[in-house]
Design a protein around this ligand. Structure first.
Ligand SMILES: Cc1ncc(COP(=O)(O)O)c(C=O)c1O
Length: 435
């Protein structure tokens, strides 16, 4: 695939909608029809008319090393020729064993339960936490999550997430969740300590009710607008959760596998969760797979003669060998080249400083691969039209962005070149001029 030529991309001419496809999170009546992608290589996507786009959002935060990364592609092909799938009840296989051993060594959590995506990885964590208390004979029913949280689109994960336009039609199906404020912060934020203190005070109140688990997205809430908190806040949360005897669930579906600058954000923040949900970058972004890692003490409460102790949860494709092979190859890359993820923050920084100095741009924030700003125009929230305008102008400049309302962010694959990264920032700057 040719490299991106600056200025080579003309205005975007949309295709009509396909008569048989139904796209996710998409209002057909008000959205531009989707572009047709025929190939991906590195940070680039190639459209059917030959145009190239920089995938500055890693295709919904999944593409970790780059599109078509050759060692992962080869590992999947090798595995497909050997064993493509086998039922994971009554059977196990080497790729699953190796992945469990390696992720356990990296996280310190001894047990790994497979599922299919980020939402199911969270659902499993939720069910383990709930049933663990029941199996011990001390049922606890309160879950605590944070304002602005997003944990997925299945019903349980949606209940844990912040109530929003997205969850509103399903409100009667969602169980009640107690919620504490999320004291998001940014560069030169004078009010952060006050907001953290208020959040902790609220958490203290909530924890007076016996609590099964507290779930959080370590360091960054992604979907609610790349809302970043300080590690010391999370450690203060952890301390309170421990004191209350509740479990701590880290949803690292988005931030895991180097996105935070550390292999796992929990580690970087000094957290030792009881359960961790992982997906997205797990397979390098090649195949859908989720895992939930759990402490041995949780697993032990599910073992016994009484069938009621069993975790009755499973998916047809549990521990799919192709997904495991992709995940192992992705881990090989992360272990061999930690500088690739550890170095992203320094690569973003000078560009973000320049962007943040522009009028109308505020709240710059940066963690690992993720850089974000708020555009001071229109109401805060997903429906702010600024996001759509910037998405269109970036596309015309050859860059895929998907702003979250007024929040514009970059979360590129690790292979992005300096030239491509510079081009992404230039596309945002020129989009801002056209607003
Ligand atoms: C923090 C977090 N948890 C869970 C999910 C749900 O993952 P999936 O879309 O794979 O179901 C997401 C997706 O963006 C996420 O960001």
């Amino acid at each position: 695939m040719a490299t991106l030529m600056s200025g080579a991309i003309a205005a975007v001419s949309p295709l009509p909608w396909h008569p048989h496809l139904w796209h996710p999170t998409t209002q057909v009546a008000t959205t531009d029809p989707p572009l047709r992608v025929v190939r991906g290589a590195g940070a680039l996507l190639e459209l059917d008319d030959g145009r190239l786009l920089i995938d500055a959002i890693s295709s919904w935060w999944v593409t970790l090393h780059g599109h078509g990364e050759p060692t992962i592609a080869a590992a999947i092909a090798r595995q497909a020729a050997n064993l493509e799938q086998v039922i994971f009840a009554n059977f196990r296989h080497p790729p699953a064993e190796q992945l469990a051993e390696r992720l356990s060594a990296h996280t310190g959590l001894e047990r790994l339960f497979f599922s299919d995506n980020g939402s199911t990885a969270v659902e499993v964590a939720l069910k383990i936490a709930w049933q663990w208390w029941r199996n011990r004979g001390e049922p606890r029913s309160q879950f605590i999550a944070f304002e602005g949280a997003y944990h997925g689109d299945t019903v349980g994960a949606m209940a844990l997430g912040e109530r929003s336009l997205f969850s509103a039609p399903f409100e009667p199906l969602l169980f009640a969740v107690a919620r504490a404020p999320w004291p998001a912060t940014w560069w030169d934020d004078p009010g952060v300590e006050e907001r953290e203190a208020a959040a902790l005070a609220r958490l203290d109140q909530l924890l007076t009710t016996p609590t099964a688990a507290v779930i959080l997205e370590p360091l960054v809430q992604g979907a609610s607008g790349m809302a970043m908190v300080r590690p010391q806040f999370l450690r203060a949360v952890q301390q309170r959760v421990r004191q209350a005897g509740a479990l701590l669930i880290a949803d690292e579906v988005m931030i895991g596998f180097g996105r935070s600058g550390n292999l796992f954000a929990s580690q970087g923040a000094g957290l030792e969760p009881d359960l961790i949900a992982l997906s997205k970058g797990l397979t390098g972004g090649f195949l859908p797979m989720g895992v939930t890692l759990a402490r041995e003490k949780l697993y032990e409460a599910f073992v016994g003669e009484d069938p009621a102790l069993t975790l009755f949860h499973g998916h047809s494709f549990t521990a799919n060998p192709l997904g495991c092979a992709a995940a192992l190859a992705s881990l090989d890359l992360l272990e061999a080249h930690p500088e690739r993820y550890a170095g992203m923050e320094a690569r973003h920084r000078p560009h973000l400083e320049t962007l943040a100095a522009r009028p109308g741009v505020g709240r710059p924030r940066l963690l690992g691969s993720i850089a974000a700003v708020d555009i001071a125009q229109g109401p805060a929230g997903y429906l702010n039209p600024v996001g759509r305008q910037l998405r269109r102008s970036a596309l015309a400049a050859g860059v895929v962005l998907r702003p979250l309302g007024q929040v514009v962010y970059l979360l590129p694959p690790l292979c992005i070149t300096d030239e491509q990264l510079g081009h992404c920032y230039a596309a945002i700057a020129s989009g801002l001029e056209q607003l």
